[in-house]
Design a protein around this ligand. Structure first.
Ligand SMILES: NC(=O)c1ccc[n+]([C@@H]2O[C@H](COP(=O)([O-])OP(=O)(O)OC[C@H]3O[C@@H](n4cnc5c(N)ncnc54)[C@H](OP(=O)(O)O)[C@@H]3O)[C@@H](O)[C@H]2O)c1
Length: 245
């Protein structure tokens, strides 16, 4: 069985490619231009037919954050009916009306319509880290107050590889949520990050109005019944180099 991974150079794609290689699964990674990868551009469709030749399963983890529906349409159009698609989505894309989530929900509908599978994950530690860093760049850090269930990207990669090992053309589609081990307040996560980076910050909660943040406050992006990850925020922070914390 041959697997094509889109987004192979990304935060998720890199550990996923390593995990597939560890299991001796025949996988090739797709990138627009990174050396050593199969080259294709999902936005133009250029290179896709060649990239998909002799592929049985596509794990779609590419994103540019803005034009993902068009990219997915190109991918789906180029795929043969006997090729299975496993799409990486986000918990709550149907509940939180963030524009990015709406795109992903639209793509989920396309994937379901063609009999594909979907793994939804909660927010990666790396994303929470980037947000925490940005929100505490100044001596006073304002943060939106809601709960988060951060997950270790490597554990999402392992679950995707587990699924890849079982899925094949004609497989019954799989729909799963994969969440981190703990649901923590944004204040708690940022406070822990600040302590790990040996700095002092005044942290002030910000109540952001509107439907999007109401949905986050209501926990639309959480998967308490699927707290399957084991790596905690503290574990993650302890493995980042202090200079980047
Ligand atoms: N970040 C999170 O917290 C989180 C949580 C749950 C689910 N997810 C989902 O997980 C998936 C992977 O996210 P990530 O954070 O790993 O993304 P990322 O680090 O931003 O990587 C994006 C990848 O998409 C590829 N890409 C972008 N535009 C492309 C195009 N036109 N054609 C081909 N490839 C293109 C890039 O490849 P090149 O630049 O090499 O071409 C890159 O490998 C996404 O679907 C995301 O929504 C993310």
């Amino acid at each position: 069985m041959t697997i094509l991974v889109t987004g192979a150079t990304g935060t998720l794609g890199r550990p996923l490619m390593r995990e597939l290689a560890t299991r001796n699964l025949d996988a090739r990674g797709l990138s627009r231009r990174a050396p050593g990868y199969t080259h294709a551009d999902l936005l133009t469709g250029e290179g896709l037919p060649a990239a998909l030749a002799d592929v049985d399963l596509v794990i779609h983890a590419a994103t540019d954050g803005r034009r993902d529906v068009r990219a997915a349409e190109h991918l789906l159009r180029a795929m043969r009916p006997d090729q299975h698609l496993l799409y990486v989505s986000i918990v709550g894309v149907d509940r939180v009306p963030l524009p990015y989530y709406r795109q992903k929900h639209a793509i989920e509908s396309l994937v379901r319509a063609r009999g594909g599978s979907i793994l939804r994950a909660t927010q990666f530690h790396d994303l929470v880290f980037t947000l925490a860093k940005a929100l505490t760049a100044l001596p006073v850090g304002f943060y939106p107050s809601f709960s988060i269930q951060p997950v270790e990207v490597g554990e999402v990669a392992v679950r995707l590889a587990d699924l890849a090992a079982t899925l094949s053309p004609g497989s019954t589609p799989v729909f799963e949520d994969f969440g981190g081990p703990e649901i923590r307040s944004s204040h708690d996560l940022i406070r822990t990050y600040v302590a790990a980076s040996h700095r002092r910050r005044a942290l002030l909660p910000l109540r952001v109005p509107g439907r999007i943040f109401r949905a986050f406050r209501d926990g639309g992006h959480l998967a308490p019944e699927h707290a399957l990850g084991t790596v905690t925020w503290e574990d993650y922070l302890s493995h980042r180099s202090p200079s980047t914390a």
